[in-house]
Design a protein around this ligand. Sequence first.
Ligand SMILES: N[C@@H](CCC(=O)N[C@@H](CS)C(=O)NCC(=O)O)C(=O)O
Length: 249
Amino acid sequence: MMASHTFAYTLYTFFGSSCSARVRIAAHHKKIPLTYKFIRLHKGDQHLPSYISTINPSASVPALVVHNINSDPEVDSPVAIITQSIAIIEYLEEVHPSPIKLLPSLEEPLLRAKVRELANIIACDIQPLTNMRVFKHIASLVSPGDPNSWHEDDWQRHFMTLGLSAYEKLVAECAGKFSVGDQLTMADVCLIPAIDRAERYEVDMTKFPIVRKINNEIRQTEAYKKGGLRSQPDKFRSLKNGDTALEKL
Ligand SMILES: N[C@@H](CCC(=O)N[C@@H](CS)C(=O)NCC(=O)O)C(=O)O
């Protein structure tokens, strides 16, 4: 395998995707340049046969294409394509371990486990249940037109509240300025896009005072300001800074 500095990266992303935002925020924090290609989830680009066959068989974002830095990404084959946001973040952490880290050092295995535990509450317990394809499929199964049958917003709030309640309990033991101590970690880069979504669905965040304090800190970081949904070139033109009334993706 070639040294990491010989690589360049293209990220397939959508501004409102919390999984893409994790990777964007992580890369900004670590000062790793990414070129973006936009997948319009609301238009179904993730289902295009060319995207599924050549980039991401899971029909989702993000996907990170790793190129040789001297190659032409439009013509030459990539070195690798990594799908799954957590795998991408951990890859970037491993090949760019310094100067800025998103995981505690190898000498702190329990703290590393804590960061991963928190990140997985978001990535494994909340996001998959609240993903667009899930609620679209449920909506297709329940009686169309019956207002009492199923409410997407209640479903979203339920699973977001469950996950954030667990997060709140766990961070009580380890939070400093951020979720684990005073440095931004992979847990925080997963948490903040999940809070953006929770706010869109009007989850009662007053139940989570520690998470709210951490949220305020993360929002001040350059990494969030540059990698969060509101600063993305593909954001909907109607989305103003500070606006939470975004289409529920
Ligand atoms: N486990 C995957 C989940 C990827 C995923 O579901 N991404 C969402 C956006 S956050 C998506 O592309 N959804 C498209 C759809 O549901 O059709 C990861 O962490 O990368």
